[in-house]
Design a protein around this ligand. Structure first.
Ligand SMILES: *Cc1c(COP(=O)(O)O)cnc(C)c1O
Length: 360
């Protein structure tokens, strides 16, 4: 069996150890004689799986007790609607910072339900930077401020959390959840689709401050009301059982590794290897301003479309897959999520150096 180095932006690599455990437990989970896929979500076995996943997530992210942790479906994209339906309900307005396609989709969806305002945007330079915003830029009457913490397509990240005063800050952390420590208490809500850094596609994590709940718009469908899921411990209906089980295995893997401080140390090391190479290469260059670089998604170009295509093709043949950049940016993008080992980035950089020599 030959496994490749998979630089996919999502769904993306899972830790090998996690896949092996899932494989070993596939036919008989813990002596139950069943796969987790076949189990009732109301069974004793499954109850332990979901409870432990929540407890581990709370421990690893240091989530305060006044926050709900919900396991939902519909991807991060469903949150683009759930956030305004549930939380844009006091003054009917919210501020959005437009740092890329996901942030823009969130903003457009919110505009269907109230007065969404684009406070700042980096569209002028293909979202290659995070706009500078300060407290005075935000409407103190806004029900919340929404940001996309890590911009998966463009490779930027908010390295400083903006000060929104008393207005709750909400962040889409789909592509950076569990990549480094985050102070949950600074946010009203965090959400993330799982398929970048946590699990296979299918579950969406919502972490929301309890005092913000209970004011959903009347039109809110029952399934899109956070209270429905909070009151039923994410078991109002059948949850994405197997995905939550794999998320639980990933959380145990992070714990064993040493938690988020250790995870961040490894991620910073990986990113530094790649960015250092890009900064010193004559052929390849990064597309993002240095201070706003992402730890997880690293877009780069040669400046020559044909050479980009040749690189992607030869890299694939050499076992480095999914390096083609997003269609809106072009070039290449290496997504180096938690599950990508340091060795994978070292080997990629070696391959890039050789490619540069051969094509100079
Ligand atoms: C992938 C991604 C999304 C979309 O997630 P879905 O689960 O496919 O809806 C939203 N936001 C960010 C930052 C993403 O990376």
């Amino acid at each position: 069996m030959a496994r490749v180095y998979n630089f996919s932006a999502g769904p993306s690599m899972l830790p090998l150890e996690v896949l092996e455990t899932a494989a070993n437990e596939m036919l008989d989970y813990g002596g139950s004689g069943q796969s987790v896929m076949e189990m009732s979500h109301r069974s004793k076995e499954y109850d332990a799986i979901i409870k432990e996943a929540e407890a581990d997530l709370r421990e690893i992210m240091n989530i305060p007790d006044n926050y709900e942790v919900l396991f939902l479906q519909g991807g991060a994209s469903t949150q683009f609607a759930m956030v305004p339906l549930n939380l844009m309900t006091k003054n009917g307005k919210a501020d959005y910072v437009i740092t890329g396609q996901w942030a823009n989709k969130a903003y457009k969806e919110a505009a269907r339900y109230g007065k969404a305002r684009a406070v700042a945007s980096s569209a002028d330079k293909t979202y290659s930077y995070i706009p500078k915003v300060e407290k005075a830029d935000f409407d103190p009457e806004a029900d919340y401020v929404h940001i996309c913490m890590n911009n998966t397509i463009y490779g930027t990240k908010w390295n400083n959390i903006p000060d929104t005063g008393d207005v709750p800050l909400i962040a889409d952390i789909s592509s950076c959840i569990l990549s480094e420590p985050i102070d949950v208490s600074k946010f009203g809500m965090l959400y993330a689709g799982a398929q970048k850094n946590l699990a296979p596609a299918g579950v969406t994590i919502v972490i929301v401050r309890k005092d913000l709940l209970g004011n959903a718009m009347d039109i809110t469908p029952t399934m899109l009301n956070y209270v429905t899921h909070a009151e039923n411990e994410s078991m109002f209906n059948t949850p994405p059982c197997y995905t939550i089980y794999v998320a639980g295995l990933v959380l145990k893997w992070i714990k064993k590794l040493g938690g988020l401080e250790k995870m961040a140390e490894i991620n910073r090391k990986k990113a530094a290897i790649l960015y250092d190479f890009l900064d010193n290469s004559k052929m390849f260059k990064g597309t993002v301003v240095a201070e706003d670089r992402s730890l997880m998604n690293v877009p780069f170009i040669t400046g020559n479309d044909e050479l980009d295509a040749k690189f992607v093709k030869e890299a694939k043949a050499a076992g480095f897959v999914n390096l083609k950049g997003h269609r809106s940016v072009g070039g290449m993008r290496a997504s180096i999520y938690n599950a990508m080992p340091v060795e994978g980035v070292e080997k990629l950089v070696e391959f890039m150096a050789n490619f540069e020599k051969e094509n100079a």
